[in-house]
Design a protein around this ligand. Structure first.
Ligand code: SAH
Ligand code: SF4
Ligand code: F3S
Length: 434
């Protein structure tokens, strides 16, 4: 009898990498591999990496070092570096870390099963979006909610960002392919679809009539699938925030009232240097429009502090902007100069200034999040329970505004949408009862 083969996958970075890791799992399950969470059992270890900030890359190299030690004891294990670091610095990985057997970029990983066992070790020379999606396998790995990449790559070239170089040019998948993939997940019981793209609202896929359609069209099409109860999308860019999408938030009840819309800075001067292609005022106008049609919309954003030439005044403008908009959650980062990007050699803010700004910004954002969560205590809310919690009889779900919610229940609530009463709020989550 042949012994079982095991694959271990670790995902770094964004949700699109999580989606890709799921597809890599499916490709290898199809070849008879079993998934393991115990790396020492693995015949194949895949690190699906992120290149967005220097720290993310350092983590990959330190993990490669750890895998190397395990490989020394387990000679037949193969190590694959996939994802955005593989795309950006494939040759360097091979040079720095001979223990890496294969390097495969985010638009070539469909070739991975055929690469294993061959000597051809680097696959990242082209962006093969079209070919890739035609060769993937889509099995559901979750109970309630599934990520689905509908758009990949980026043509925006913000001056700090590596994504246009690691994921390649903007590519939109055809409408029918996405609907078919959704139906596959639905047949496994999935109730929520989260549409993914580096610029998801720039989506312009072809429909069966041969014409290109926008994100609002796609959302409305997916919402025709009865079993789908919730639709989300991320990440959007302000310049692609079309009226059709804004109006979908009013017209389509399955589209959740949550918008992740990164701005990065509240200073027009910095936005210009970042090549974001819009002003603070443009962003505020979008906020006004969407709040007009959907007053309870929950807004989220990304911020970078310490971008080259950001003065105290520019930072103050960002703080004022945050106070004005009121975000329910946000992600903030210290500027990290990235190889090959236009801003790379301009880094001129001291680390201590960057840290002080990050800390001030995060305490303001956390306060807004706490206030938002508090405002629901003693109120009713609709929650989709997606996971079993760490404690006995505990379930974890999400509200329509994407807040994490805990409940204690003897009854099995998994994959059910329930009307609950919020009983308590912590900084980052809610507690509730039926
Ligand atoms: N496509 C999305 C986000 C891409 S990356 C957008 O257009 O906004 C996710 C976030 O990482 C970005 O929004 C930005 O806040 C952050 N980021 C990207 N490059 C960075 C860098 N060089 N240093 C620090 N943060 C960065
Ligand atoms: Fe990066 Fe800008 Fe593209 Fe977002 S829009 S992925 S930040 S280049
Ligand atoms: Fe990182 Fe690549 Fe996503 S650089 S954030 S894994 S697109």
């Amino acid at each position: 009898m042949m012994s079982d083969k095991y694959i271990y996958i670790k995902s770094y970075g964004c949700q699109m990498n999580v989606y890709d890791s799921n597809r890599i799992k499916d490709l290898f399950s199809n070849k008879g591999y079993k998934i393991t969470k115990d790396i020492s059992k693995a015949d194949l270890t895949v690190l699906n990496t992120c290149h967005i900030r220097e720290k993310a890359v350092e983590k990959v190299y330190s993990d490669i070092g750890r895998v190397k030690k395990i490989k020394e004891k387990k000679q037949n294990m193969k190590l694959v570096v996939a994802g955005c670091v593989a795309q950006a610095e494939g040759l360097e990985i091979k040079k720095r870390s001979p223990s890496v057997d294969y390097v495969v970029g985010p638009q070539s990983y469909h070739k991975l099963p055929d690469m294993i066992g061959k000597v051809d070790e680097i696959e990242n020379s082209e962006f093969l979006q079209n070919e890739k999606f035609k060769n993937l396998i889509f099995n559901s790995s979750n109970l309630s909610s599934e990520f689905l990449s509908i758009q990949e790559g980026c043509d925006k070239f913000c001056s700090f960002c590596v994504v246009p170089y690691t994921r390649g040019p903007e590519f939109s998948r055809p409408v029918d392919d996405i609907v078919d993939e959704t139906k596959k997940y639905v047949s496994n019981g999935i109730k929520e679809i989260i549409l993914l793209g580096q610029n998801v609202n720039a989506y312009h896929g072809i429909a069966s009539d041969g014409k290109s359609k926008d994100l609002a069209f796609l959302i409305n099409k997916i919402s025709e699938i009865e079993e789908i109860k919730r639709i989300r999308y991320m990440t959007s860019h302000p310049i692609d925030m079309k009226d059709s999408l804004i109006n979908a938030h009013a017209d389509n009840s399955k589209l959740m009232p949550f918008l992740h819309l990164p701005i990065q800075s509240g200073s027009d001067k910095i936005l210009k240097k970042m090549n974001r292609k819009h002003t603070v005022d443009d962003y505020l106008k979008i906020v006004e429009k969407i709040r007009n049609v959907r007053p309870d919309i929950a807004l989220s954003s990304d911020f970078i502090v310490g971008f080259p030439e950001e003065t105290d005044k520019d930072f103050e403008d960002t703080m004022k902007f945050i106070e004005k908009v009121n975000f329910v959650i946000a992600y903030s980062f210290i500027y990290s100069p990235r190889p090959g990007t236009p801003a790379q050699n301009k880094d001129n803010i001291s680390l201590s200034d960057k840290k002080a700004r990050l800390s001030a910004l995060q305490s303001l954002l956390t306060q807004q999040q706490i206030n938002f969560n508090k405002s629901f205590v003693n109120k009713g809310m609709e929650v989709l329970f997606e996971k079993i919690g760490r404690h006995k009889d505990q379930f974890i779900g999400r509200t329509i505004y994407n807040q994490s919610t805990f409940i204690n229940s003897k009854k099995d609530l998994l994959n059910q949408i329930m009307n609950v009463k919020i009983t308590n709020s912590t900084n980052f989550a809610l507690e509730c009862q039926i």
